[in-house]
Every structure is written in C-alpha cells, then in structure tokens.
Design a protein around this ligand. Structure first.
Ligand SMILES: Cc1cc2nc3c(=O)[nH]c(=O)nc-3n(C[C@H](O)[C@H](O)[C@H](O)COP(=O)(O)O)c2cc1C
Ligand code: SF4
Length: 441
C-alpha cells in the first residue's frame, strides 16, 4: 500500500508546512494576473470549489493544492469513498443509533481524506473543507476539519453567521462564506464583526452560472442583475470599505469561469481570484466515477436544467434520465407533499428536508440517494450537478495541471462553447465552437 493508501485506511496527524510555496510554484503565475493571499500564504488565483457527494475528495483537492492553488474537499457523506466505513454502516436502519453511527463514520472519513490530501499537497498551496450550512452535520464537520488542521473552512448553501463561534479557537484558519450579492456580504461582515472575526476571503458565486445549489431565494431570481460580477464585485468592495476592511478580504468570483480572460476580467473588476467547479470535474484527478466526469464533460448548456432542490434552494444539474423523469412528476409530487414519519435514509442528511418534512414548494426526492448514485457512475439514477459554460478542453478529461496551465495562459479558447460570460457578452475566448452531444440524447 502506498503512503496515501495508508493514510486513507488509518488516520494520522501529519505536520503541515505552514510557510506554503512561493507564488506560482508548480504552475507559473503569468504576467497580468495578481496572486491570491489567504491565511498568510501567497497562492495562484485559482480555487477548486468543494463538490459533494465525494466529487472533490483528497485526490482532487490535494492535486490542486500541490500546484500552489486552493484545493477544497467537500465534507458531505465522505464515507462513501471508504469501503470499510460503508460496510460498518450498511446495516444501519433507522433511529438515533443508526444516525450516530453514520455521522461518526463520515467524520472518520473526513479526517482520513484531509490527511491524504495533505500528503498529496506536500505542504504547497492551501487546503480547504467545504461544509454546507443546510446539512445537519454542518457543525460537527466544521469542528472535525478544524481539529484535523485544515487551512480554511468554506461554507455555502445558507448564511454561516455562526461560523466564527465554531472556529473561535482557530483564529489562524481562514473562514470563507459563499455569497451571491452585496446584501449578503454586508450582513456577514456586520454579524462577524460582533464576533470579532474578519472573513479569510469571500466567494461571490453567480447563480446564473454555477453548478449545484444556487444562492438565490427562488428560480425566478437567478437572472437578477444584482448577481452579475460587474455589479456584485464593486458593491462587495464598497461594503468592505465601509466596514473598514478595504484590501483585507480577498474576493473570489465563481460560476462560469472557463479561461484566462475570465480570470483577468474579474481581477480587473477588483476580485482577487476565481473559483471553478465543473472544469475540475473533467480532470483525471477528480474523485468521482469516470462516468460522472463524462456526463459533465459531454453536456452542453442546453442539456442543463434548474429546479428546486429538496433543501429548498434552486439548483442546476444535467438533465439525465432520473432528473428528466423526476421533473415530469415534480408538480404532482409537490402537490401531495406531506410530513413523513422518518427520513428515507437513516441519517437525516439535511436539517430541513422538503421530502421528509413535506415542505410546500421544495423538492420531493432524496438528494443523498441521487448524489450517491451519481458518484458511483450510475448515469440512469444519478443527479449530476453542473455549472454552465463550455469547458476549456471540450469533452476531454485532462490532468489538473493541464487545466491550471490553460487557465493561466492567455489566448487559449475553450475547445467547445455555446456560452456567454456571466452577466456579460460572449467573451472572444468563449465564442462559437461546437460541442459534443450527450451520450444518451
Ligand atoms: C458536481 C458539483 C457539486 C457541487 N457541490 C457543491 C457543494 O457540495 N458545496 C458547495 O458549496 N458548492 C458546490 N458546488 C459548486 C462549486 O463548488 C462551484 O462553486 C461552482 O460549481 C462554480 O461554478 P462552475 O461549475 O461554473 O465553475 C458544486 C458544483 C458541482 C459542479
Ligand atoms: S430523506 Fe434523503 S434528502 Fe431528506 S434528510 Fe433524509 S437522507 Fe437527506
């Protein structure tokens, strides 16, 4: 068994080089782009966003960090990557004991994955853990990541107003909220000021472009111009200025970023870095099944659909067979939504679940079941979250290093595109190429 394999089966406490790499070690930072500074480190201005369930685990996050950028592990249901932990929880039925066993197994998996990612990163870059506010095990996941020595905690799918309380004993860890508009930025700054915590950075995610759960109250709001980078970045900078934090909190733009020119464009608006999700799925190192990668790599923008998730938030995914069938009966299921005696699975993954709680207008499916099917490559049954915008390498699966190099090289047009830049005109780099059809279309 190699070193990473050993760490995965048996958690350990490795030391992390606190100094980090010089800027651009591994992949060069080109002239014309600024580096990103988070938690006292100088980094490439590229963040690989957290992706659950199990899509961004140790291999992807560690490989990205090893190149001097930010790699993010998703903390959700990581036991699914560990056959021994799955075996230990497979017979868990219902009730508090089953729930406690599954939650404990997920925390063991999180510790293992952080240790393995750290080994791969080799002391370079920055390692973050993503936790979703809407998930029931949010607080235990954040505490476990902090105890395991994570560099940054990133929280989306809800306002993380309590994050500074959870991380009070870890003042050196960067706490990073994912927000969509300037109102959210101002609110977090105000609430965190009372707790005497300054965000380590802020991710501004555009709901019209990103994959997964989206930061808008309802589907009808997704195209609201307040989310456009041209609007939200200057407004977030103004909010930082009026809070006396000018120049102290890096802004990271997420959603539809696909090439060097996109990075340059958001830096010109005042952001420090970009966060990408979908392009990192189409990499060799991504922890998802090869079929998962193909689904995202081969999807065109017109194959994507937005719908209301079981967490009550809008979400964007590829219209694969399960989602297509679900959407046909969604209205009927919503009309007959009612409180169930218990969660479909044993562990109540969501604090508020539309299916279990029978919430009117919320999704009526078990998200953990569908995301787990996607992770194991079941194209018929899985739910495949995806962002919009043609991928830099079209439908090809490439090494992380190739993706990073392409993002940091001017004039490299995506190999397939039908897309426009978030909130703006089609970028020259994104214009006009054809893309492949979905395998099942
Ligand atoms: C498959 C997939 C799963 C995702 N899961 C999460 C998640 O668990 N938590 C989160 O905060 N964001 C999640 N996201 C959002 C990404 O981290 C990222 O911010 C977003 O996708 C950026 O847009 P892009 O995909 O257009 O690059 C997910 C995105 C994808 C594509
Ligand atoms: S029914 Fe499914 S989505 Fe809802 S809380 Fe249970 S596991 Fe999570």
């Amino acid at each position: 068994m190699d070193e990473v394999g050993q760490v995965l089966s048996e958690p350990n406490q490795m030391n992390h080089d606190e100094t980090g790499p010089p800027p651009g070690q591994g992949v060069a930072l080109p002239e014309g782009l600024r580096s990103l500074r988070v938690a006292g480190r100088t980094l490439l201005p590229i963040v690989q966003g957290g992706m659950g369930v199990g899509v961004s685990a140790h291999r992807l996050a560690g490989s990205v960090a090893a190149l001097g950028a930010v790699g993010t592990l998703s903390s959700v249901d990581l036991r699914r990557h560990h056959p021994d932990l799955m075996a230990a929880t497979r017979d868990a039925r219902v009730g508090p004991e089953a729930k406690a066993r599954i939650n404990a197994a997920n925390l063991v998996a999180l510790r293992r994955e952080i240790a393995a990612a750290r080994l791969l990163a080799g002391g370079k870059g920055l390692l973050a853990v993503n936790a979703m506010r809407a998930v029931e095990s949010y607080a235990p996941s954040v505490r476990t990541a902090l105890e395991a020595g994570i560099d940054a905690v990133v929280v989306g799918a809800g306002l993380p107003l309590d994050l500074p309380d959870l991380a009070r004993e870890y003042p050196e860890v960067a706490l990073i909220p994912i927000l969509s508009d300037a109102r959210g930025v101002a609110l977090v700054l105000k609430k965190w000021e009372r707790k005497q915590r300054v965000p380590g950075a802020i991710v501004l995610e555009h709901p019209m472009w990103a994959g997964g759960h989206l930061g808008a109250a309802q589907l009808a709001d997704l195209a609201d111009p307040r989310f456009d980078f041209e609007t939200v970045i200057p407004q977030a900078l103004a909010a930082l200025r009026s809070a006396g934090l000018e120049g102290r909190v890096p802004l990271i733009a997420a959603g539809g970023i696909r090439c060097f020119e996109d990075v340059q464009r958001v830096q010109a608006l005042g952001a420090d870095a970009v966060q990408l999700g979908t392009p990192f799925v189409a990499t060799e190192e991504c922890d998802a099944h090869p079929a998962f990668k193909r689904v995202l790599a081969e999807a065109r923008d017109e194959d994507l659909v937005t719908f209301t998730s079981v967490a009550g938030l809008p979400a964007r995914a590829v219209r694969t067979p399960w989602l297509n069938n679900y959407l046909k009966v969604e209205a009927r299921l919503m009309a007959s939504a009612h409180r169930k005696p218990r969660c479909t699975l044993a562990f109540d993954c969501l604090a508020q679940c539309g299916l279990r709680d029978g919430t009117p207008g919320w999704g009526q499916f078990c998200i953990d079941t569908q995301l787990a099917a996607a992770l194991r490559g079941d194209v018929a049954k899985g739910l495949f979250f995806s962002g919009r915008g043609a991928l830099p390498f079209g439908s090809r699966i490439v090494p992380v290093r190739a993706l990073m190099q392409r993002l940091l090289t001017p004039g490299m047009a995506p190999e397939a595109s039908t897309s426009q830049a978030p909130g703006g005109q089609p970028t020259p780099a994104m214009a006009g190429a054809a893309s492949t059809a979905l395998a099942w279309a």
